[in-house]
Every structure is written in structure tokens, then in C-alpha cells.
Design a protein around this ligand. Structure first.
Ligand SMILES: Nc1ncnc2c1ncn2[C@@H]1O[C@H](COP(=O)(O)OP(=O)(O)OP(=O)(O)O)[C@@H](O)[C@H]1O
Ligand SMILES: [Mg+2]
Length: 291
């Protein structure tokens, strides 16, 4: 915070006032509104960004917004699987999850990563609470069936039971959710975190959903697309311009928008205060998807 104050001290008073007025109108708009933030990619790897992210989330909560974090952790899961002498196999960007990989995924996602985010939020003065999709039956899932392919314990969301999250929010906690669900069959399922975030956004009737990742937004020929509609998005998937990890993100965003979430954005986690810029300034930094 000290550093930011120092940076602002160089602004002239009129510019400072303008920044404040712009921000204040957003603070009013977002008061008591749920904002779902999917935290993945590089934002989760570099230490300095982890701390600034946690600080921003705590700040949002203290301003009356209701942030809910859903995290991924693809790179960390891959590294842990390797450490155990196993190999990760991907089919169309989705990890094939056999039983040993599932156990490692759950350990890393619901354990190490989840608790690290909670630690950072708590260190910044917030009330972080880490849960997985199993807790309170938050994420009910079944095996994702793809004809001709067996992805193992990769799940498809059947139902979100958001009661636990509402209870936590009401008591001022900041929920941090890992993308692990369970089935009525008692099986554990690994679910794409973007898909989890978008379903949670819908179940919580979120005002906004923000995806923090390791790129600025949707890129075409290395250029950032700052706004894109459903039709154009589907065309870019068809042409292969949007591929890999970006596909579940944009599909999740379209699903959220079609089901009541007011706005959906992808922003870079490489920018230390991207969440704040997205929420409190007129000009967003990444890609906004519209219907
Ligand atoms: N058109 C595109 N524009 C930008 N990135 C794209 C595009 N098509 C594919 N991608 C890829 O999508 C990646 C982001 O998705 P990825 O799944 O790797 O990260 P994440 O979802 O943020 O993290 P995690 O999966 O760990 O939760 C980018 O790093 C990029 O390689
Ligand atoms: Mg991803």
C-alpha cells in the first residue's frame, strides 16, 4: 500500500479527484454484489502477484463487495504428478485423470493451493475460508462422458448447491473454492476450474465474473481483442484461434451470461492490480465477452 500511495503523490489534485470520483461510483454499484473471480495461470505462480491479488480481494471485501474465489492449478498438478514419477496425458486440453492422478490433483488443489490462497488473504487481514466442491455438497458431479475417449475421473457438473457459500458470505468470509466435486456414487471428480467458476457464478447470481490468467485476454494474431460477442467467439473457436485452456473459459463465460451473470471478463494476472482496474475504472484492461 505504501508504494501505491507514493505513486499517487505525483498525480495532480484534479487527476486524483477524477480517479476517486470514478472509483466511488463503481463502489456504490458493486456494494453487496457477488463477484466471482477465477484465479489461474501465472497470477498463481509468481509470489509478488499472489500477495497483490490477496490484498486486492481483501480491499474489495472491505468496500462491501462479495468476492468468491475459484482457483485452478494446472501447472502445479502437472508438476506434482511428475514428482511422483507419473505422467500427465492430455486429450484435447483435458487431463486424463486415473486414480493416482486424481489423488494427487485433490491433494494439490484442495490442499496446497487452496490453503496458500487462504493464507495470503488472511495475512492481508481478510477472513479467507478454503473449501472444495465436496464441502456442503457444493459441487455435485458425474463422470464426463465423451464418446470414444475415457478421461477417467474428470467430472461434469450436475448441480451446484450454493447454500454453504451464502452462509459464509453472510458471515463476512471470503470463500476460496477448489475445483473438486463429488458424485452421488461417492466418487471424487476433477473438474475444469473455469467451468466450476461459471456454474458457481450462475448459482450465486453473480454480478460479474472475472477470469485471471497468464495472457492479457483473448488474442488474435498477438493482438488483444477488447470486446467480443457470442457469434464471433464461436467462430474463433471453430477456426482454432481460441484453443486449449481458453476454450472452457469462453464457453463458461457465455454460459454465465446466458444464465443471468451481468458481465464476464478475462484479464491478465501478470498485471499486479488487474482486478482493481477492471472493477473501478471505466476502461477495462482485458477482454469483455457480450452476448
Ligand atoms: N486466442 C487465444 N488467446 C489467448 N490465449 C489463448 C488463446 N487460445 C488459446 N490460449 C491459451 O489459453 C491459455 C490460458 O488457459 P490455461 O488453462 O492455460 O490457464 P488458466 O485457466 O488461467 O489456469 P488453470 O488452467 O491452471 O486454471 C493461454 O496461456 C494460451 O496458451
Ligand atoms: Mg485452464
Amino acid at each position: 500500500m505504501e508504494l501505491q500511495k507514493e505513486q499517487l503523490s505525483h498525480l495532480d489534485p484534479a487527476a486524483k479527484r477524477q480517479v476517486l470520483i470514478e472509483a466511488l461510483s463503481y463502489i456504490q454499484d458493486f456494494s453487496q454484489k457477488v463477484v466471482v473471480i477465477k484465479y489461474g495461470g501465472a497470477a498463481m505462480v509468481q509470489e509478488e502477484f499472489k500477495v497483490s491479488f490477496a490484498r486486492d480481494i481483501v480491499l474489495l471485501r472491505s468496500l462491501g463487495m462479495l468476492p468468491v474465489i475459484v482457483h485452478g492449478g494446472g501447472p502445479e498438478v502437472t508438476a506434482a504428478i511428475k514428482q511422483y514419477g507419473l505422467e500427465s496425458t492430455f486429450i484435447d486440453g483435458l487431463r486424463v485423470t486415473d486414480l493416482p492422478s486424481l489423488k494427487i490433483s485433490e491433494m494439490v488443489l484442495s490442499g496446497t493451493i487452496n490453503k496458500e490462497i487462504v493464507t495470503n488473504i488472511n495475512t492481508q487481514g481478510g477472513l479467507g475460508i478454503g473449501i472444495s466442491g465436496k464441502d456442503g455438497r457444493l459441487i455435485q458431479a458425474h463422470k464426463l462422458e465423451i464418446p470414444g475417449t475415457d478421461l477417467g475421473y474428470v467430472g461434469e457438473i450436475e448441480q451446484i448447491n450454493p447454500e454453504l457459500i451464502f452462509t459464509l458470505i453472510e458471515k463476512h468470509y471470503i470463500p476460496v473454492i477448489s475445483p473438486i466435486g463429488m458424485g452421488t456414487d461417492g466418487n471424487t471428480y476433477n473438474i475444469n476450474a473455469d467451468t466450476v467458476a461459471s456454474h458457481i457464478g450462475v448459482a450465486l447470481k453473480a454480478h460479474k465474473i472475472i477470469f485471471l490468467t497468464d495472457v492479457q485476454g483473448i488474442l488474435r494474431d498477438d493482438q488483444l481483442i477488447s470486446a467480443i460477442n457470442r457469434q464471433e467467439t464461436l467462430e474463433l473457436i471453430e477456426k482454432g484461434v481460441i484453443s486449449g485452456g481458453m476454450v472452457p473459459k469462453v464457453k463458461g463465460m457465455l454460459y454465465s451470461l446466458e444464465n443471468g451473470v451481468k458481465s464476464a471478463h478475462i484479464i491478465s494476472g501478470m498485471d499486479p492490480h488487474a482486478v482493481i482496474s477492471e472493477l473501478f475504472t471505466d476502461k477495462g484492461t482485458g477482454t469483455k465477452i457480450i452476448l
